[in-house]
Design a protein around this ligand. Structure first.
Ligand code: URA
Length: 240
């Protein structure tokens, strides 16, 4: 990447405060670019090539951030909601200035893997209906899930609005009064997993997303926690 940007913008994007605060900080001599103290925050520099030191610390510039969250139930997958807490409210302070948004939606009562980023291009790619990014859910289902349900999902089921789902893969982990399953779907219709089970006469009691593309939920994350994606995870998501 070779983009030249205003120093104050780079520092603002890196969480050093407002432009006004940054102007003051630069004036006071706390910022060094390529070994020289700079006093003017409107100069243009290349954050990927030029060495920027702030208060003696080298800046590792990042324009984008990619977070994996273990979403808890009770929060909505949005940046703002008039009634409920949002996933963005759970993002740690150190990432706030990136202004991340959730990549797609999980229902308020659904838990598990949710990606958050400020990279609109990647989000768009992952959500594009044409890309058929597989998403795997773990669910507890009221009633006995059978191989017939698996066959129905493989062939596609008709949802309440008449839509026929694309082939989906059902793995039965436990069949009982409450069954446990994993379901992989390659689309993202509203309440899709719940409505697919309704289509075969069953009810989802608990739902958790465990995988998106090749990226699996880090089970060491407590509910509500998030961490940055590793380079490998990011590469897996970016792969066409
Ligand atoms: N399917 C659902 O029914 N709900 C979700 O949150 C995700 C997939």
């Amino acid at each position: 990447m070779g983009d030249i940007q205003r120093l104050d913008k780079i520092l603002a994007n890196s969480g050093f405060g407002t432009r006004k605060e940054i102007k003051k900080m630069v004036r006071s001599g706390q910022v060094i670019v390529d070994g020289r103290v700079v006093k003017n925050s409107s100069i243009h520099v290349n954050p990927y090539k030029d060495e920027i030191m702030v208060g003696g610390q080298k800046l590792a510039y990042k324009a984008f951030v990619y977070l994996m969250m273990n979403k808890p139930a009770g929060v909505v997958s949005a940046t703002w909601d008039g009634k409920y807490k949002t996933v963005v409210d759970l993002v740690p302070e150190q990432y706030r200035h990136f202004e991340v948004f959730p990549v797609g939606r999980l229902d308020r009562d659904t838990e598990g893997l949710l990606l958050l980023t400020n990279d609109g291009q990647l989000a768009h790619k992952l959500l594009s209906p044409k890309k058929h990014v597989p998403k795997t859910y773990y669910a507890a289902i009221e009633g006995k899930v059978t191989e017939d349900d698996g066959t129905a999902f493989q062939n596609g089921v008709i949802l309440d609005d008449g839509y026929k789902t694309m082939p989906a893969e059902l793995k039965i982990l436990k069949t009982d009064d409450v069954s446990e399953i994993e379901l992989t779907i390659v689309e993202g219709k509203f309440h899709q997993v719940k409505r697919m089970f309704e289509a075969v006469g069953k009810k989802v009691r608990y739902l958790k997303r465990i995988k998106m593309g090749l990226v699996a939920l880090d089970e060491s994350l407590a509910l509500g926690e998030c961490r940055e994606l590793t380079d490998k995870e990011l590469e897996q998501l970016k792969r066409p």
